[in-house]
Design a protein around this ligand. Structure first.
Ligand SMILES: NC(=O)c1ccc[n+]([C@@H]2O[C@H](COP(=O)([O-])OP(=O)(O)OC[C@H]3O[C@@H](n4cnc5c(N)ncnc54)[C@H](O)[C@@H]3O)[C@@H](O)[C@H]2O)c1
Ligand SMILES: N[C@@H](CCO)C(=O)O
Ligand code: NA
Length: 432
C-alpha cells in the first residue's frame, strides 16, 4: 500500500511551548502516524531571529525562517500551529491561513478573547478548522468537552482557577509565606508566566480564558472586554493570614454564570473555605467546575501552564486537525446562536470580607454597622482587635449585590472614624 501523503505543518513560534511541540512531534512520530493514518511533517518553523542556539532541538536547522507569512502561504502547508502570542501579527497570520482553507491550531488566548469572532468568521469563510484547546487551562482537555461533549446539555456556570502563574504565587504565599516578587520570579523561571507577566498578575490572562470559556459554555460571543477583571497584586500576606484565621485561603477565580437571557463573567481574587475542592489546587495547577443541568457538577483538573503540558494539548489538536484533513471532515464551528446580554458586575451576587482600621472610640461599631444597614447589606461576622488609640474591624457580609457591597465600602471610606480600608476581598464557596 502506498505510504499515506504526509500532513505538513507550519509552526509559528519556537519558545517555551513551541520547543516542546517540536520535541513531542519527534518523540511520538511513530505513534502519531499510526493514530492519524499518515505521518506529520514540519514544513517550516517561523522564529523572530535566526541563529539563536537551538542545537538541542531534533529538527533540521534549515526549517527555521523569519518569514512567517511566506511559510503560511506555501501550497504544501496543511496545518498552521501558532504559539507566538499577542494580537498582531498573529491575527493577520491566522486569518490568512484560515481563509486559504488551512487548519489552525493556536494557544493564543489573548487573541481569541480579544477578537475570536474574526478568526471564527475566517474559518467559516475558508471552511477550515480552528482548534484552541491549549488556550485555556493548558494541558487539561476542557474546551473540546465544552464545544462537543456538553453540547447536548445546558451549562449554567463555570467556576475555577485558570491561571497557573497566579495560582503558583498564591499557593506559595499561603504555604511557605513566600513574598509576591519571589514567587513570581520562580513562576517565570519555570515557564509559566506570559512574556509580560502583568497579563498574569493583573488578571488579563484569566479574563481572556474566562471569555473563551463563557463563549463556549453559553453559546454566545463573550470578549475580554465583557469580563470584570481584578488582579491579585493587591493580595497581601495580611490577607492570607486573615483568610487562614477564618479557615480559608485566597485564589484568583474565574466565575461565569448564565440566566435565561444573560451572562455575567468575572475574574477576581476570592476567599474560599479550605474545605472547598479548589482550595487544595496548588502550584501551577488549574481546576474548573462546570455546572450542567443534566450532567450535574463536573470538575476538570490538571497542569494549566508549562511548555510540555501545554504542548500536550497542542498535539491533541494537531492530531484532530490532521485526521480531518485526511477524511475531509471539519471541527464543530462556532456556536453563538444564544446572543445573550452581558450583565454588569454590580448585579453579581457575592459576599465581601472587609478589613478596616478605625479610631478606638465609643460608638464606632454602631456607626460602621449603620453604613451597612443604609446599603441594605447584612453583616455575618465582626471581629475586632483593639490597640492603643485605634482598632481593626474585620467584617464578613452575607450575600448581596456587588453594587451594594461596593457602595458600602465607598461610604465607609468617607467616615472620619475610618483610618483606612486595609483590604476588600470577595468571599465565594460558602467561606466565612
Ligand atoms: N507558557 C505556557 O504555559 C502557555 C500555556 C498556554 C498557552 N500559552 C500561550 O502560548 C503562546 C506562546 O507562549 P510561550 O510561553 O511559548 O511564549 P514564549 O515567549 O516562550 O514563546 C513565544 C515565541 O515566539 C517568538 N516570536 C515572537 N514574535 C515572533 C514573530 N514575529 N515571528 C516568529 N516568532 C516570534 C518569540 O521569540 C518566542 O520564542 C502564547 O500565546 C501563550 O499565551 C502559553
Ligand atoms: N501564563 C499562563 C500560561 C498558561 O495559559 C498561566 O500562568 O496560566
Ligand atoms: Na486546555
Amino acid at each position: 500500500m502506498n505510504p499515506a501523503k504526509p500532513v505538513r505543518l507550519a509552526l509559528l513560534g519556537c519558545g517555551t511551548v513551541g520547543t516542546e511541540v517540536v520535541r513531542l512531534l519527534h518523540e511520538q512520530a511513530e505513534d502519531l502516524t499510526a493514530r492519524i493514518g499518515a505521518p506529520l511533517e514540519l514544513a517550516g518553523i517561523a522564529v523572530r531571529r535566526l541563529g539563536r542556539e537551538r542545537g538541542d532541538l531534533p529538527v533540521d536547522p534549515a526549517l527555521f525562517t523569519t518569514d512567517a507569512l511566506g511559510l503560511i502561504k506555501r501550497d504544501d502547508v496543511d496545518v498552521v500551529i501558532e504559539v507566538v502570542g499577542g494580537i498582531e501579527p498573529a491575527r493577520t497570520w491566522l486569518v490568512e491561513a484560515l481563509r486559504a482553507g488551512k487548519s489552525v491550531v493556536t494557544a493564543n488566548k489573548a487573541l481569541l478573547a480579544e477578537d475570536g469572532g474574526t478568526l471564527h468568521d475566517a474559518a467559516a469563510e475558508g471552511n477550515a478548522d480552528l482548534y484552541y484547546e491549549a488556550s485555556v487551562a493548558g494541558a487539561i482537555p476542557l474546551l473540546r468537552p465544552m464545544r462537543e461533549s456538553l453540547h447536548g446539555d445546558r451549562v449554567t456556570a463555570v467556576t475555577g482557577i485558570v491561571n497557573g502563574t497566579t495560582n503558583f504565587i498564591l499557593s506559595s504565599m499561603a504555604s511557605t509565606g513566600a513574598g509576591f516578587n519571589e514567587a513570581l520570579e520562580e513562576a517565570t523561571e519555570l515557564g509559566y508566566a506570559e512574556a509580560d507577566p502583568t497579563a498574569d498578575v493583573e488578571g488579563f490572562d484569566a479574563a481572556a480564558k474566562a471569555a473563551i470559556l463563557a463563549s463556549l459554555a453559553f453559546h454566545t460571543r463573550v470578549t475580554a472586554a465583557d469580563v470584570f477583571r481584578e488582579g491579585m497584586t493587591g493580595v497581601t500576606a495580611g490577607d492570607m493570614a486573615s483568610a487562614k484565621e477564618m479557615g480559608c485561603t485566597i485564589k484568583l477565580l474565574c466565575i461565569a454564570q448564565r440566566t435565561a437571557d444573560s451572562v455575567s463573567v468575572r475574574v477576581h481574587p476570592a476567599m474560599i473555605p479550605l474545605s472547598h475542592p479548589l482550595a487544595g489546587v496548588g502550584d501551577a495547577f488549574n481546576a474548573v467546575f462546570v455546572e450542567a443541568e443534566a450532567a450535574g457538577p463536573l470538575m476538570f483538573y490538571g497542569r494549566g501552564a508549562g511548555g510540555r503540558p501545554t504542548a500536550s494539548a497542542v498535539l491533541g489538536d494537531i492530531v484532530a486537525a490532521a485526521r480531518n484533513k485526511l477524511t475531509g471532515t471539519r471541527a464543530p464551528s462556532e456556536s453563538n446562536y444564544a446572543e445573550l446580554t452581558v450583565r454588569p458586575i454590580g448585579e453579581s451576587m457575592t459576599r465581601y470580607h472587609i478589613s478596616l482600621d478605625v479610631a478606638e472610640r465609643p460608638g464606632v461599631l454602631a456607626t460602621v454597622a449603620g453604613v451597612f444597614a443604609q446599603h441594605e447589606v447584612s453583616i455575618a461576622t465582626v471581629r475586632q482587635s483593639g490597640r492603643a488609640d485605634d482598632a481593626k474591624l474585620v467584617i464578613v457580609t452575607h450575600i448581596a449585590p456587588d453594587a451594594a457591597l461596593a457602595a458600602t465600602v465607598e461610604s465607609l471610606a468617607s467616615l472620619d472614624i475610618v483610618r483606612s480600608i486595609a483590604s476588600v476581598l470577595r468571599v465565594e464557596g460558602g467561606a466565612g
